[in-house]
Design a protein. Structure first.
Length: 375
């Protein structure tokens, strides 16, 4: 599907040391967009398991000698295995042990009992976890409710050798495959005979939601060969569109009654439906204050104006020096954002000057686009 100019994302970065503005623009490659590329099923999400454990075998970088929580955990460990309970005074020099938080993430499609997942281990006050070994640690749901027994169940066991993926951050380690699930995790995608498609943030909005609903309805109106049909004289009967928009990020799809017993094929068909056209992107200018990058999407325009830049003088955008329209241009004809950038790039502006100019145009209503910021 060819991409038009409205679906192009442009980005710029201004460096004070460069004589001109660096411009990089790339058109979106022609590609087919499927529903599953821009949306997920409601209920398709990750879940966190969490616990507190002890990492042992550290080379003097632990917190056992100075952290009361670690000392109490060591004493509880002794009691658990029927060993003589040592007092705090006897453990005050134990610096090869560290108290850590242990986390594991259940994938968005669920997991089965016995499956091994990676574990993230984070020290509370130890200097480093290098060379450490996590003792077997029970994990529970991170959302703990003392009044709900289901959240208090032990759902996994974690343990193993701690690796440091980032040497600059020795307080955070990873145990590959260090978590073994003790229960199955199934997610329910069907509610009241329907599934709900949730658009991602980049495609949220009624235009995209409407196109997704249209794509699903078009796909379901053309069943594949051999597809089951409703038993009404051998014909497929559609009383109403299966997909409907219920919000700027949500499209609800009704599952036919004859598909409810085995909905996998139907859901797969919905997710693989092709969005056969795309809406025009919203005009937006995004400024990253940290990197100095400026990007824009959609058709961003500027009303003809004269811009006063402190220290540099007057800059005419779309108008001549006398304030009239430029040759060959109407007085009310908008200027593209690209033309604005080309004009300002010749002035070798500092990053903060360019940002100030764009913000001024936005405040005065001359810049016809939303203005957003990132860090």
């Amino acid at each position: 599907m060819p991409a038009d100019s409205d679906s192009t994302r442009h980005s710029f970065r201004l460096r004070a040391a460069l004589p001109a503005l660096l411009v990089a623009g790339a058109a979106v490659a022609a590609a087919e967009v499927r529903v599953q590329d821009i949306a997920r099923l409601q209920g398709q999400r990750t879940n966190k398991l969490m616990g507190y454990g002890l990492v042992v075998g550290l080379d003097g970088t632990g917190d056992g000698g100075k952290n009361g929580h670690t000392l109490r955990s060591l004493m509880a460990l002794h009691r658990r295995f029927h060993q003589p309970v040592l007092g705090p005074d006897e453990l005050k020099n134990t610096n090869n042990v560290a108290l850590v938080a242990v986390e594991a993430t259940i994938p968005e499609h669920g997991a089965r009992e016995g499956e091994a997942l990676d574990v993230v281990v984070t020290a509370f006050s130890a200097q480093s976890l290098k060379g450490g070994q996590l003792l077997t640690t029970p994990l529970q749901f991170a959302l703990f409710d003392e009044n709900d027994p289901a959240t208090q169940e032990i759902l996994a066991l974690a343990g193993g050798r701690v690796d440091l993926p980032d040497a600059a951050n020795p307080k955070r380690g990873v145990i590959r495959g260090g978590c073994t699930l003790e229960a199955d995790f199934f997610y329910n995608f069907i509610v009241d005979g329907c599934v709900t498609l949730v658009l991602d943030d980049e495609h949220a909005g009624f235009p995209w939601a409407q196109l997704v609903a249209r794509a699903v309805n078009h796909e379901l109106s053309n069943p594949a060969e051999g597809e089951a049909v409703e038993p009404v004289r051998g014909r497929r009967v559609v009383a109403a569109p299966a997909a409907e928009v219920i919000g700027p990020k949500s499209v609800r799809v009704r599952i036919p009654s004859y598909e409810l017993a085995h909905p996998a094929r139907f859901i797969s068909q919905v997710l693989q439906a092709h969005v056969f056209m795309t809406p025009q992107q919203q005009a937006r200018v995004c400024i990253n204050r940290t990197t100095g990058n400026i990007s824009f999407t959609g058709t961003v325009t500027i009303s003809p104006t004269v811009l006063q830049i402190p220290g540099l003088g007057t800059v005419a955008i779309g108008v001549g020096p006398d304030g009239t329209a430029s040759p060959g241009q109407r007085s009310d004809q908008a200027v593209t954002f690209q033309e604005l950038i080309n004009t300002l790039s010749k002035l070798q502006l500092a990053p903060e000057q360019l940002v100030a100019a764009i913000e001024h145009l936005h405040r005065t209503g001359t810049l016809h686009a939303q203005l957003a910021y990132t860090e």
